[in-house]
Design a binder for this molecule. Structure first.
Ligand code: ADP
Ligand code: MG
Ligand code: MG
Length: 247
């Protein structure tokens, strides 16, 4: 699904990622952990194609294709989904309209028929229920005045609608209380599937009690310094990052 080889990335002329190699198989869930400032969000921005993130070396293959050569819309059409640490607020656009636009843009890019209002409403209600996304939330402008938990639930709803092949979730747990964490991780777990891969980026181990990863990678100063199974997250909870990061 995703093959990153010796990826080096500069931001404002400074090297932030210093040779990342990572392979995510179809159906796998990988966690990327690491201290603040280690480059976790930078990696997700690079995958999204955001401007200002300059790849100086290495390659990224998504479904066997050079990701760099793909436009942002092409990435979405090909099933790449990214949820960012700081979700954008869109005043004047209701959550419902935003979701409908995102889904229909994806369908259009795939040469599929757009959903009409009735079909979309039925679909969004079906997906919103289990995520505790209320009708009221759907009518409010996206993320404007949303609590941390509401933002994350809206994000997981978007993912549920788009049914991505590869979902990258950056610090989806930050600022969540335990109930919201449960709703979000149940939503993510419901989307686990043999043909869907996920990368869950988190500073803390606690999310990984709920979303159990196949592999855990520890990022430090722009490099992956350790890779292991789910037990690595528990080890980190006991020892913290200090030992690994110094090694
Ligand atoms: P994490 O998500 O792991 O906390 P980030 O990817 O946000 O880490 O940041 C990685 C490093 O890149 C940090 O040292 C940060 O200060 C630096 N950085 C991020 N954005 C910029 C920028 N626009 N200009 C210069 N340095 C940046
Ligand atoms: Mg950070
Ligand atoms: Mg970050």
């Amino acid at each position: 699904m995703l093959e990153i080889k010796d990826l080096h990335v500069n931001v404002d002329g400074k090297e932030i990622l210093k040779g990342i190699t990572l392979s995510v198989g179809t159906g796998e869930v990988h966690a990327i952990m690491g201290p603040n400032g280690s480059g976790k969000s930078t990696l997700s921005y690079v995958l999204s194609g955001r401007e200002g993130y300059e790849i100086t070396k290495g390659e990224i293959l998504y479904k066997g294709k050079d990701l760099r050569a793909m436009e942002i819309e092409e990435r979405a059409a090909a099933g790449l989904f990214l949820a960012f640490q700081y979700p954008i607020e869109i005043p004047g656009v209701t959550t419902m309209t935003f979701l409908k636009t995102a889904l229909n843009a994806q369908r259009k890019a795939r040469g599929e028929e757009e959903l009409d209002a009735v079909k979309f409403l039925r679909l969004v209600r079906e997906k919103a229920g289990p995520l505790n996304v209320s009708e009221d939330m759907l009518k409010r402008p996206l993320n404007v005045g949303f609590s941390g938990g509401e933002k994350k639930r809206a994000e997981i709803l978007q993912m549920a609608l788009l049914e991505p092949s590869l979902a990258v979730l950056d610090e989806t747990d930050s600022g969540l209380d335990i109930d919201a964490l449960k709703v979000v991780s149940d939503g993510v777990n419901a989307l686990r599937s043999p043909d869907r891969s996920m990368i869950v980026i988190t500073h803390y181990q606690r999310l990984l009690n709920h979303i159990v990863p196949d592999k855990v990678h520890v990022l430090s100063a722009g490099r992956i310094v350790r890779t292991g199974g789910k037990e690595l997250a528990h080890e980190l909870e006991e020892t913290g990052y200090a030992d690994i990061v110094e090694a």
